[in-house]
Write a protein that binds this ligand. Sequence first.
Ligand code: ZN
Length: 388
Amino acid sequence: MAEFLSSEAILARLVSFDTVSSKSNLDLIAWVDSYLGSHGIRSQRITDPLAAKASLFATIGPEGAGGICLSGHSDVVPVEGQAWTSDPFTLTRRGDKLFGRGSADMKGYIAVCLAKMVANKATALTTPVHLVISYDEETTCEGILPTIARFGHDLPKPRAVLVGEPSLMKVANGHKSAVGYFTCFKGREAHSSKPSDGANTIVAGAMLVAEIERLAAQFRERADATSPFDPPFTTLHVGVFKGGVARNIVPLDTMVNWEIRALPGLDMQAVVDSLCTHANRVILPYLTATAPESAITHERQFWLNGLAPEKDSFAEALALRCSGGNHTIVVPYGSEAGQFQAAGISTIICGPGDIAQAHKPDEWIAVSELRTCEAFLDRLFEGCRAGL
Ligand SMILES: [Zn+2]
């Protein structure tokens, strides 16, 4: 006789797997696979090219295209250097709060989805409900892409995706797009008494930072006060600047790690191209004037598609109906939602817990949030029985 676990019991199991993004998530996926399998729910693994991680795609209800897809990521951020009151990988209840890494972001949502998939397995759905669990969301947001690539081929392409990132169960229809780059400068070392014998890469890096700041100021000036985003403009930011060895050596290497967070709809690639062109036309000649072997290289760290608000979209109307809400919000963080939307699928974000608790020591989710999410999914399954 297969076991029926509560949302809390499932969450305790999910939290017990240390699925920090740098590690394998296969143990968690195997457990979910076998739990669903014990209830007769079919699921498929989509393994990453190195076979160290996998996504899982499960379906209940009729076969065929369409359906509603519930989406969550299995990976979590690291706990190193954080002061936790209890073991981050043991779900611990104190009052109305469940503490554990990933409890809010976003194993709580996955736990409720699993409990409700199992509870509704035997009911007569006319619309299929899918669950997809991904990896590498916290690092590149690209772990979902191999699954999306199979939609419409050997996996059904959903009509709508509900991404359960923590939003306190409010319906979010937008977030910014983002891109991160490492720019590396190679110049020539020299004794600091003769700076003109070398090619100073710290100066070159500073020239890039100045150009990034110039573009950032342009976007700031063009702020759209009616935009729901905070801040209501595209931002550029430099987070890491590393270069040089000692004061009396002209620095050979410098690295700048920078990002853009763009309003949905902005051509982010054009901004990247303009910075790369500036590096080639203005900064590189400064270095090659004394050291022809100098080089500037740009390595993309990640690319995140934005989620552009689509007023009254199918997913938005559905989520508002299930949540009982009457307005939407936008969220300040990135998610896989933009990747689904880029594949032409109506997508929103709505999940239990508060992003304010995510990524921090003593991450927690309120038990009441799990209950609210359960009620949301109950209404969704009702709709999937009645025909959406
Ligand atoms: Zn998340």
